[in-house]
Design a protein around this ligand. Structure first.
Ligand code: NAP
Length: 287
């Protein structure tokens, strides 16, 4: 049976450390603050945003939400981002996705000042990650790397196979795993014979959003399985992409859903807000 990777516990430990750092920052008269922009009324986004605000509260990060109407124009969204860019009391800006399809998310992300890009989605952050410079790393890939570190899972020389090529998970994960000296393969909806790749994976990371997509017969004995997927079953219960009950019998390590990658994503966002605050106040307050 596989070791179950306890993302909830690792995330709690990270939040405790961040709380100490946040207290220290406040002794210098600085109050870290995150601004979250939400457009429209997506129910899943509301849950994610609530988790983020709860984590901010626990750590002592100030939090402000900006709710925009579903039918706003791109110009209004950019104006708000520009206003938040200029506001010295705000250290991090997050644009909650998805946003309505009439808006251009890439243009909106480009407007965020890279110094406040705590989600790591701006071209500047992505480019720096690729060329190996210090930057904000997007929170889910960063959280997964932290789990590997915490469980002493060394990626060097391993075959890592990623399922899903989104800008927020799959693509930045390629770079994060490359930085750990893995050999990385990425699969997507056009990949033929996906099993031929997954069966060869020492580490298999699934981020596609389809319940029970990864079955036992797709997995190599002893593989490390990371499940990013968040899907609801017919009873409204949250499930990952992996058939957990079956796959845990052949894996060496496996993340549960919930309680695996999800809490790490929020913890790494908090990490990035503290990092942004420190960098913005480096000269002023010797942080
Ligand atoms: P996304 O933008 O919808 O991308 C899904 C990816 O999966 C696409 O690259 C797509 O391929 C690929 N895909 C879809 N069906 C496939 C199939 N049958 N075989 C192979 N690949 C397939 O998703 P996302 O935003 O990255 O999110 C993925 C999942 O992770 C969702 O369930 C989401 O809720 C979850 N998520 C969890 C966290 C967390 O913190 N735990 C964070 C972010 C996302 P194409 O590119 O070819 O269309």
């Amino acid at each position: 049976m596989a070791v179950i990777i306890d993302g909830k516990q690792v995330a709690r430990k990270i939040r405790e450390e961040l709380k100490k750092e946040c207290d220290e920052i406040k002794t210098k008269g600085i109050r870290p603050k995150l601004a979250v922009i939400m457009v429209g009324n997506n129910p899943a986004s509301k849950i994610y945003v609530r988790n983020k605000s709860k984590a901010c509260e626990e750590i002592g990060i100030e939090y402000e939400e900006f709710l925009l109407e579903e039918n706003i124009e791109q110009k209004e969204l950019i104006e708000l981002i520009n206003k938040l860019n200029k506001d010295n009391n705000i250290n991090g800006i997050l644009l909650q996705s998805p946003i309505p399809s009439h808006l251009n998310i890439n243009e909106a992300l480009k407007a965020i000042n890279y110094k406040k890009d705590v989600d790591g989605f701006t071209p500047s952050s992505v480019g720096k990650l690729v060329i190996g410079e210090d930057t904000f790393i997007s929170c889910t890939p960063y959280g997964i790397i932290k789990l590997f570190e915490e469980y002493n899972i060394d990626l060097a020389g391993k075959n890592v196979v990623i399922l899903g090529r989104s800008n927020i998970v799959g693509k930045p994960l390629i770079q994060c795993c490359l930085n750990k000296d893995a050999t990385v393969t990425i699969c997507h909806s056009k990949t033929q014979n996906i099993e031929q790749y997954t069966k060869n994976a020492d580490v298999l990371i699934s981020a596609i959003g389809k319940a029970k997509f990864v079955t036992k017969d797709m997995v190599k004995q002893g593989a490390v399985i990371i499940d990013v997927g968040i899907n609801r079953d017919e009873n409204g219960k949250i499930k990952g992409d992996v058939d957990f009950e079956e796959v845990e019998k052949v894996a060496s390590y496996i993340t549960p859903v919930p309680g695996g990658v999800g809490p790490m994503t929020v913890a790494m966002l908090m990490n990035n807000v503290i990092k942004a605050t420190k960098e913005q106040n480096k000269e002023k307050s010797n942080l």
